[in-house]
Design a binder for this molecule. Structure first.
Ligand SMILES: NC(=O)c1ccc[n+]([C@@H]2O[C@H](COP(=O)([O-])OP(=O)(O)OC[C@H]3O[C@@H](n4cnc5c(N)ncnc54)[C@H](OP(=O)(O)O)[C@@H]3O)[C@@H](O)[C@H]2O)c1
Length: 257
């Protein structure tokens, strides 16, 4: 079976991708920073009879990204599905955030997506098959927030939509996944107080992944899991940018009080 490389494969959405793809019989390459956790995840996936390699890499560093690029461009071990999933945010507002931490976040959320996609695609196009799934966010549709995370996810969404057009007719696809709130370690890692993650607006990672892979099979370019978030995305599409900007600015001002 074609091999899938998943970044951020030890937790949340990335772990759900790995579990589902292993059940489908895909060989895996799992990327994250915590080697022990990667090994534990890989041995679980091997129970499905697939191979699961681990690649310890910090994607916010050039060295970490280079190691993943080397694996993606290995002609003897082609990767036909790249899931750029690893991502992070932080609770500090732009003017208070540590500039070095902002740059590291940018390199994880943007530079790694660009560099890994650029490395993986030539081989896929040459073979005439494959796909890149980039994990963005509903927040990528937002405008008027000063969060660099929002701008980074907007970049991932626009970048992937453009890529899908470029790839037309090559046999290779690009899809951007734009989830709303998902129960993972994401908010806790960022130190964000979210309250109890329950109710209509909180989704399970497994469901997000199921809907994403179904959308990929259907040839969709943008995947927004769940009817509730589809409705919000459609509403945001209809809103003029100045209105959205004002709405988000009001939210920001309330947060700043
Ligand atoms: N949860 C949500 O509500 C939500 C909503 C919309 C979009 N998203 C997006 O979904 C994606 C996955 O997030 P999640 O919610 O599943 O988060 P999560 O549970 O915190 O998982 C993050 C994964 O990324 C890895 N990772 C973090 N920093 C890394 C780095 N510098 N280099 C390599 N790997 C790194 C982590 O492993 P290590 O710590 O071992 O490296 C972990 O495997 C992200 O792109 C996020 O922006 C999440």
């Amino acid at each position: 079976m074609p091999t899938a490389l998943i970044t951020g494969a030890t937790s949340g959405i990335g772990a759900a991708f790995a579990a589902r793809l292993a059940r489908d019989g895909r060989d895996l390459v799992l990327v994250a920073r915590d080697g022990e956790r990667l090994e534990a995840a890989a041995s679980g996936h091997r129970e499905h009879g697939v191979s699961a390699d681990v690649l310890v890499a910090d994607l916010s560093t050039a060295d970490g990204r280079d190691r993943v690029v080397a694996r993606l461009t290995d002609p003897d071990a082609p990767v036909d599905l790249l899931v750029n999933n690893a991502g992070a945010t932080q609770r500090h507002r732009f003017l208070e955030a540590d500039p070095a931490a902002l740059l590291a976040q940018h390199d994880l959320n943007v530079t790694a997506v660009l560099q890994l996609t650029r490395a993986a695609l030539p081989g896929m196009v040459e073979r005439g098959r494959g796909a890149v799934v980039n994990v963005s966010s509903m927040l990528g549709f937002a405008t008027g927030s000063s969060s660099t995370y929002v701008a980074e996810k907007a970049w991932v969404t626009v970048f992937t939509e453009g890529l899908a057009g470029t790839l037309a007719g090559t046999g290779v696809r690009a899809l951007v996944l734009c989830p709303g709130f998902v129960r993972t370690e994401f908010h806790e890692r960022a130190g964000l107080e979210m309250g109890e993650p329950k109710g209509l607006m909180w989704l399970d990672a497994e469901r997000v992944v199921e809907e994403c892979l179904a959308d990929l099979a259907r040839g969709k370019v943008v995947s927004v899991p769940s009817p509730q978030y589809k409705a919000i995305a459609a509403w945001m599409d209809l809103m003029p940018r100045p209105v959205l900007r004002r709405l988000f600015a009001v939210g920001e001002r309330r947060r700043n009080r």
